[in-house]
Ligand binder design. Structure first.
Ligand SMILES: [Zn+2]
Ligand SMILES: [Zn+2]
Length: 242
């Protein structure tokens, strides 16, 4: 007798393996980050801070100007959501991306509403080759908006994981550039104005930690004439509350 394949998250045998590598119970444990949240980065806020304000910002976003106008995440980077993203990214279980993307479309509906396109955060060529796919591009594909892969990583950066928060902004500064038309598509776009001028775009990534990568991408987009940059990620690392 064959053993049923195990859930990539909780390791219990899957009831319906054809539904994907993560069991329904694990998907159901993903909890949204509940309002009130910082309007710029999506971090939870103590409720008293928002009582009399239309848009409230966390201490970090008030301290320094950001290039991302509005950021949201499906949930906190913890528990089942962290395991699910891990299985998606590092084990190459790409079917997970479709379900994650559907969750982003659902819980990020307000961020996607009225936007012109989505732009996945790029991987450096070498990282992309190692992994075989860009997880951000997979997530962007299911959001119901045109996908514009106009960002390129022009500089390989050491992994952010090992760096303290304060160094992360420095690490990715100038690491991204807008390329239009995309280098692999020459022809119909030549001679046309950049379609990003005046546009409202939503940056897409799997995880936002300090927001440094999203901020560097947003800065490059705004320098290319984008009017508004929003960000939607599958997960956000939520810092300890003050
Ligand atoms: Zn499970
Ligand atoms: Zn914030």
């Amino acid at each position: 007798m064959l053993l049923a394949p195990a859930c990539a998250c909780c390791r219990r045998p899957l009831d319906r393996p054809s539904d994907g590598p993560v069991c329904e119970a694990c998907w159901q444990t993903i909890r949204p980050i509940t309002p009130p949240v910082c309007d710029a980065c999506g971090d939870p806020l103590p409720s008293w801070r928002t009582i009399s304000q239309a848009a409230a910002f966390c201490p970090r976003c008030r301290r320094r100007p950001r290039h991302v106008d509005r950021g949201r995440a499906v949930g906190e980077y913890a528990g089942a959501l962290r395991d699910i993203i891990h299985a998606f990214k590092y084990d190459g279980r790409r079917s997970i991306g479709r379900r994650l993307s559907a969750l982003m479309r659902d819980r990020g509906a307000d961020v996607l509403a009225g936007a012109d396109c989505v732009v996945p955060v790029p991987l450096h060529r070498r990282r992309r080759r190692q992994r075989g796919f860009n997880q951000a591009a997979d997530l962007a594909a299911g959001l119901g908006l045109p996908v514009r892969t106009v960002l390129r990583r022009v500089r390989a950066t050491p992994s952010q994981v090992a760096l303290p928060a304060a160094r992360r902004h420095q690490n990715v500064r100038g690491a991204f550039a807008v390329v239009w038309p995309p280098p692999w598509r020459i022809g119909p776009w030549v001679g046309r104005p950049a379609p990003l001028a005046g546009a409202c775009v939503v940056l897409i990534d799997d995880v936002s930690t300090t927001g440094a990568t999203l901020d560097a991408c947003a800065r490059a987009l705004k320098e290319a004439g984008v009017r508004e940059v929003r960000a939607l990620t599958a997960a956000r690392v939520v810092g300890r509350r003050p």
